[in-house]
Every structure is written in C-alpha cells, then in structure tokens.
Design a protein around this ligand. Sequence first.
Ligand SMILES: Cc1ncc(COP(=O)(O)O)c(C=O)c1O
Length: 555
Amino acid sequence: MNRTEATPLSPRSIGFNPSLLVENKSHGLGVFAAQSFVIGDRLTIFDSEFVEYPTRYTIQVDQRKHLVTEGNLGAFLNHSCDPNARFVAETLEMIAIKPIKKGEEVTFNYLSSEWDMAAPFACQCGADGCHKTIRGFQHLSQEHKMQLADLALPYLRRLIALEPWWMKDELSESEEGLCLDGKPVLQLAREHGTPLYLYAGKTIRRRLGELRAALQSTGAPYRMHYAIKANRFAPILALVRAEGDVGIDASSPREVALALESGFKPEEISVTCSMPSRKDFEKFAGFGVHLNLDTFSALRRWAATPGRNPRVGLRLDPGIALGYGDNPKLSYGNSKFGFSFAQAREAYAFARQQGLIVDTLHIHVGWGLQQKIAGLLGHVFTQVAELARDLPDLETINIGGGLCWKQASQDMPLAIGSWAELIQRHLAPLGLQIAIESGTFVVASSGLLVTEINTLEQRFQQPWIGVDCGHNVNVYAAHYSIPQEIIAVSQPTADVAAHYVVAGNINEANDIFSRSCALPSVVEGDFLAFFPAGAYGASMASDHCLKGLPKEWLI
Ligand SMILES: Cc1ncc(COP(=O)(O)O)c(C=O)c1O
C-alpha cells in the first residue's frame, strides 16, 4: 500500500522530469531514477503550495502546514522504512541519502514528515525494522521516535523534545500553566469559578473544517449535521450556525426546539429518535422535520400522525460491535437501535404501504471508533451499499457520528482520512448524498473540565485527591468507564510525584474519576483539568444531590 495505489493518478498529468520517471512496476506506481544519483544530490524540488489539513497527497512541513503534491512527482513518491531520499522542509527538496542506481525506486519515510497521517496504511516495504502500520510520527513509541530523530523534520524534533500526547493545537503551556487556545486556564477558573467547562471556539471551527475537507475528498455530495446532544451550549450553537453549511442532528422535540431557536431551519434538522411517543410525534410533525425511524411501530404511528413529513429514513443496526473499548454501552451492534439488514427490505415495503417515502438509510455504528475497526466499518458500508441499490426512493445515506478524539495516550482513533476513504470506496459510487451527524469529533477536543482540589489525604496507602465535582458533572468514568487525561493546571508538564486516586464529591462509591492518576505534587486549592471534555460533559450533567450544574465558557 502506498499513496499511488490508493488512488492512481495518471503519470501523464505530472509533466516531464528527465531524471525521474513515474512507472508502474511490481507494486503499483512509483518514482524511479532515470539516472544514477550520489548522496546529497537534489532529486526534485516542489512548488510551495500549502494547505492546513493533511490529505493522502500532502507532505507535512510544520504544524498545520501541509505541502500539496497532487499533480506533481510528490504524489507518486512511495514510503519506505529504509528510504534512499529525505525531504527537506526548509527548501522543499527531496535529497538522496544513499547512492541511487538508474532504475531504482526513490522512496522517503512518511514517518519523517507526517505527525498524524490522513490515510494510514500497512507497510510492505520489507525493510529490517519496518514499522508495519504507518500512521504518523505521533503514534511511534518514544524509542522509535528517537531512532527517527535524525531523519525527522525540524517541527517533529521540536515536538518530541516536549510533550505529553494531549499537548497539541488546543492545549499549550505558558508561565501561568495550562492554556486553552492560548488563554491561561488558571485565570479563567478564578474568574468564572469551578466546576467549569471551557471550550475553544477556534478548535470547533478547525474540526468542522477537517470534516468538510474529508467529505469533499470523497467526491460525493454531502451534508454535515452537528449532533446537538454532544454540547448544546448556546454560544457553541451560534458558532456552528455561523458556519452556514452545518445542520443539526436532534433526538428529541426539545432539541429540535432549541435548534430552531438557534437559527437552524426545519429542513436543516435531522431527527433520529429512540422509542418516540405519540406526543413526540405530534411535536415533530408540528416542526416539519425529517425523521429517521427504527421500528415498525414508529413507522406505523408516524404515518398516522396528522401533518407528518411523509419522507423518512430507516435506521439500521450494524450487526457488529464497533464502539470504543469493546464497551457494549458504546457499541450499537444488535442493540436497541435500528432494523437489521435482514429486516430492512420488509421495513421499506411496510413504510411504503403506510404512505411514507423512504429517502434515507441511516446507520450510526457506535461511539469512539478506533483505527482497528476500519476494515469492519468497510464491511458495514458494503452491506449498506448493497441494500441501497435495491431501494429506489433513496436520496441520502446518513452514516451518523462515531469519529472521536483520543481519550488516553494508547488510543488510536479512526483517522478522518481512513473514514473518508471508506466513504469514497463503498458509498460514493451510489451517487447519493452522504449525511453525517458528528458530535464528539466536533467538540470533544475543544473542551476542558476544570475542577478544584479540596481534599488531599493519604488513604489505604495511596494519596487521594477529592475535587469539587462528581459524576453528575462528568459521567465518563462512572457511567462508561472511559478514561480522560487529568492535568495539573498550574504545572501541566511537571514530573510525576505520585499516582493518586481522584474522587468526586457525590455520595456514591463509584464516583471515582481515576484510581491511578499520575500527577506532580499538588496541594489543596490547586486546579485539575480533564481532557477531552467538550462532548457529552455539560450536556449530560445533572443536579444530582443538588450539587449544582457546572459553569460553561466559550473562548
Ligand atoms: C443517532 C446518533 N447520531 C449521531 C450521534 C453523535 O455521535 P458522536 O458523538 O459519536 O459523533 C449519536 C450519539 O449518540 C447518535 O446516537
């Protein structure tokens, strides 16, 4: 697998270069030497055209700076874990680092330039010490990073001198400690009080941009919906609205009402609800919104609801568990949602009999999708496509949400480029509109939950931290067993002093955020920040035990 094998470009489109040739040899297209080169020879130089987001054909030169190679030789340069060329970011040149014979393939190591690849792949270069899966520099072990340090671009060398995994675009460190989007968290915590959810608007816009770019790369017409259940903070809804091309995914009448109040039009709102009541249906009919339904009962009752929109979607059950950590709470295979593939044709015929028009197939496969399920997701999409070909009224395939952010250093979320490739390969050929309903990917990494340490004490041979919020404010650990990074706000990268238990302030034994949290030495009155916390944090908070709701602030 290499860049060119994934989407072959025409060699004719790249122009004439006498010393290098694009040829199709044993493993697909590649760049081959038309003469011999010695170490240090310049092989080619690229035009300086950059984009902010990676694609399969870009070469990363810095954070948020990716060289466009589509249409030139760079698009055909294959990866090797033992390359004979290196890319020089300062001059945009490809330089020989080994003698290269006439006829030999020119390769460079993608891991020396890419932080997080848009299209990871399994490497078959066969070199000693081959990395096998090429996902980007950030995914290498510390040992492998150090081994590659000489070849790595300067921005990567700068990054490895740092940094914990979460120290990225949105989070940084200054003299005042942890900063979100450049603003000191300590100052914001003192200004607004805790528990406090902080969100960086710039990050949300960036994630929407990444989704848009990925969908555009599939070549299919598309429609983006933001899953309002992930975070309904009014300034965030205003921000999403201002994007202009993003609608809303809602699941209840009140979510629809909030979306309408926030300026979204009924035709921009897609509803996917579970076990809707008669009252729910009456309200949805009044709003004039489109529904995705997943039981025969719902189809029958919606068809009988006065004033209903006759155009509906059928929600499908993926049949296999794909969600985060094989956690049944986060996987929707054989769950309470959707028709099985075996039932779907019957459901389609039933809907038609009831006077409904099925214009959408909907499938949301689970939360927190990881790279390892890419093959299985492709299989699910194949089944969706097979079904779609038999259903004449279809206009849209809605693939729900599921893209996520890292929750812990070992996580490998499904890369947005891989996701787009699956859409392109399996769904785009249908010629239908692709709709998505992303919540977590849009807002998770924009947010921190800031909480104050009120208790510090040794209990059962372990240091315990007690904080001023509980699982009513953040359900991740207690309800889903999903980890979150816990960061000491005033000294985010200081050396670890101990592994603490971090406990919440609700009178329940399961109100523990972490049983072993590596932190520097802290004192009562210090602040801790949970990351990522922008999705399903404040929106799932309750006033359990009358502990109060968290505050929220958008930067
Ligand atoms: C039907 C549906 N669509 C979209 C989403 C949003 O998913 P995510 O936050 O994983 O993007 C959910 C989440 O529960 C959902 O149930």
